[in-house]
Design a protein. Structure first.
Length: 206
């Protein structure tokens, strides 16, 4: 799978193939980011510069949406939605969850800006979201960033736990089948030995 690069086209981001990465299927910028592509680009850059986020995208097929929505007055809500293929689930289950709209295999972060004008609000909400997306860093005021890293690590832990349970179930099923096969083989061998003993006894009695 190739990453689909984000480029501006008709006030939105179209998708072009880029061979540098392997698992990002699509990137979209929705809502107010269609009118403020330079701010959307800040989020894309923040994501690309996050090693944990890019490592996650190299392990799982993902679709990413950056969105900004105007709320009450000039408040703006910015968000990132990362929908990923959960490899611990079967393809059939993933398909039906997608059809029914019950896919919970996603990471979503929100940030808000409430300034005196819409342009200032979206600039602030974008700045706050970019901080959530960026790795954790220590500053004079304390630690900042790292929220996306935490969510992605939790998602990966859930996937790994589910995979381990699935493998354990398969192993138990395999062990049960092998035990049953061994019992069947032993039964045949014991039956054959019994028949040989009977034949030998009959032969010796003649």
């Amino acid at each position: 799978m190739q990453i689909q690069n984000v480029t501006l086209s008709q006030n939105n981001y179209s998708q072009k193939h880029n061979p540098n990465f392997t698992a990002i299927r699509s990137v979209k910028c929705e809502g107010l980011y269609k009118k403020y592509p330079e701010l959307a680009n800040n989020l894309v850059s923040a994501f690309k510069e996050n090693p944990t986020a890019m490592a996650f995208c190299k392990k799982y097929d993902v679709d990413i949406v950056f969105a900004a929505i105007k709320q009450m007055q000039d408040t703006v809500e910015s968000s990132i939605h990362i929908v990923f293929d959960n490899i611990s689930k079967s393809k059939v289950r993933r398909f039906f969850e997608g059809v029914l709209g019950k896919n919970d295999d996603k990471v979503v972060l929100h940030a808000w800006g409430n300034e005196y004008s819409l342009p200032c609000s979206i600039e602030k909400s974008t700045q706050n979201l970019a901080e959530h997306i960026s790795p954790e860093v220590k500053t004079a005021e304390g630690y900042r960033g790292g929220m996306l890293d935490s969510h992605l690590k939790n998602a990966e832990e859930r996937i790994q736990t589910a995979l381990n349970k699935r493998l354990e179930k398969i192993s138990k099923k395999k062990a049960k089948a092998e035990t049953a096969k061994a019992a069947e083989t032993k039964l045949k061998t014991d039956g054959s030995n019994l028949q040989n003993s009977i034949d030998d006894m009959i032969e010796k009695s003649s």
